[in-house]
Design a protein around this ligand. Structure first.
Ligand code: FAD
Length: 465
């Protein structure tokens, strides 16, 4: 018969949700098995966050070498060795994935390669190439993540790429059409544009990076223009015709039909949760009509022994959200009163310039009836920003006038991804905007922009008339 293994906690998926949940559960004394049908580390580490940020960084290095003369640094014969760029990027992924593997081992967590499927409410079978094993669990955490949405008219393969293939191209394309101007499409499109690809972005709504305030995204729009990226908004991509060497995309904009031909088309129109092949319906795990698993504040599904975290549950599809929910679910399983609170969850776009936000935007706060006050300070007036050649951008703080508390912040500009950490902490700790203004920020740093914005909100900015 089939081998059956008893385990306290079975985790399905080893992405930033799954591996973190496994470690936290092990720390709390549970025996843990993690199953994944692919590499350790999930999408984020193998074909998401990490490889994309590596390529972005390589593109910046290339661009700054080309633009050195502005700073009196003249470099001749700057060239891209794409094979080396890919090798470097793949090396980082390998190191990171090895690191997660060691963490699992160090916490005495067993990693099992194979595809998981629910046999019933307390048994999962894991199929490998040759056999299958059943795991009888006390608790299970579903962390199977998501995959790129495929459009009927643009089936992945050959010249039609998902983000996964785009990260692993063996050459820099001469031209690329990106369908979908969300953060994944913009990050990748802008990166290839910096490497010299002629990029066209087709976005369905009226601006790129929908979901972020236009005040922020217009900086990215300007930068894309500088790299000669053509952005077409309110564009509806209709069909693709492929030859051996290129692909022609037909789209409509303002009722007019147009075509654009490129080496490849990259489709980044969102991600679909991996919940359809787990046998969830049969065991009564409730899902939304979009296939997302419904959970309570501890990540518990409608089947009490089973939890779900990360891209398979509603909310932002982001790695740090998955990891956060992972810790809550593991602690809940161990009987702790942990529960999620999303009020200070950051969202970052690693575009140029970077965009980062946390908490409420001004319009969101006003919608909620908050008596809002704001402060805003520009990178251009900050000494450090000037000395690193990063004059574009601003920090905006959103406060509640009745309490003085910081309730939201938005940053566009260099290192926005790092600056947002302080603001997330401030919201989490219940800091007032005055607390931020009283915090001594080292000089000269970009962090002083945050302090200046706080002084501005309080009506006594030192560095602004
Ligand atoms: P995943 O990371 O998707 O992992 C799920 C795992 O489950 C996979 O390894 C899969 O093989 C496994 N699995 C699925 N079904 C089964 C099964 N039946 N049996 C066994 N195993 C199974 N997020 C950020 O926060 N910052 C970024 O900069 C960022 N950049 C991104 C760039 C790109 C190009 C992409 C595509 C995504 C990016 N993301 C980013 C999003 C981030 O990758 C996801 O939000 C995150 O990976 C979700 O984590 P997860 O643990 O829910 O699932």
């Amino acid at each position: 018969g089939t081998l059956t293994v008893d385990v306290d906690v079975l985790v399905i998926g080893s992405g930033p949700g799954g591996y973190v949940a496994a470690i936290r559960a092990a720390q709390l004394g549970k025996s843990v098995v993690v199953v994944d049908k692919a590499e350790v580390g999930g999408v984020c580490l193998n074909r998401g966050c990490i490889p994309s940020k590596a390529l972005i960084s390589a593109a910046h290095r290339y661009e700054s070498a080309l633009q050195g003369s502005e700073y009196g640094i003249n470099v001749d014969g700057v060239k891209v060795d794409w094979a080396k760029v890919q090798e470097w990027k793949n090396g980082i992924v390998k190191k990171q994935s090895g690191g997660v593997g060691s963490l699992l081992k160090g916490n005495k967590i067993q990693f099992v390669s194979g595809e998981a499927f629910f046999v019933n409410e307390s048994v999962v079978s894991v199929a490998t190439e040759s056999d299958s094993t059943q795991y009888k669990f006390n608790n299970c955490i579903i962390a199977t993540g998501s995959r790129p949405i495929e459009l009927k008219a643009f089936p992945f393969g050959k010249r039609i790429l998902s983000s996964t293939e785009a990260l692993n191209l063996s050459e820099i394309p001469q031209s690329l059409v990106v369908i979908g101007g969300g953060y994944i499409g913009i990050e990748l499109g802008q990166t290839f544009a910096k490497f010299g690809t002629k990029v066209t972005v087709l976005e369905g709504s009226d601006s790129i990076l929908p979901g972020f305030e236009k005040d922020l995204s217009r900086y990215v729009g300007r930068s894309l223009k500088k790299s000669e990226v053509e952005v077409v908004t309110e564009a509806l991509a209709k069909e693709a015709k492929q030859t051996d060497s290129d692909v022609t995309v037909t789209y409509t904009v303002g009722g007019e039909e147009k075509q654009v031909t490129a080496d490849y088309v990259l489709v980044t129109v969102g991600r679909r949760p991996n919940t359809d092949e787990l046998g969830l319906q049969a065991i009564g795990v409730k899902m939304t009509d979009r296939g997302l698993i419904e959970v309570d504040k501890q990540g518990r599904t409608s089947v009490p022994a089973i939890f779900a975290i990360g891209d398979v549950v509603p909310g932002l599809s982001l790695a740090h959200k998955a990891s956060y929910e992972a810790k809550v679910a593991a602690e809940a399983i161990a009987g702790e009163p942990s529960a999620v609170d999303y009020k200070a969850i950051p969202a970052v776009v690693f575009s140029e310039p970077e965009i980062a936000s946390v908490g409420l935007s001004e319009p969101e706060a006003k919608d909620k009836g908050v008596n809002v006050f704001t402060g805003r300070f520009s990178y251009g007036a900050n000494g450090r920003a000037q000395s690193i050649g990063a004059n574009e951008g601003f920090v905006k703080l959103v406060g509640d006038k009745d309490t003085g508390l910081l309730i939201g912040a938005q940053v566009v500009g260099a290192e926005a991804s790092n600056l947002i950490a302080e603001l997330g902490l401030a919201i989490e700790m219940g800091a007032t905007i005055e607390d931020i203004s009283l915090t001594i920020h080292a000089h000269p740093t970009l962090g002083e922009i945050v302090m200046d914005a706080a002084e501005g909100a309080l009506g006594h900015p030192i560095h602004m008339i």
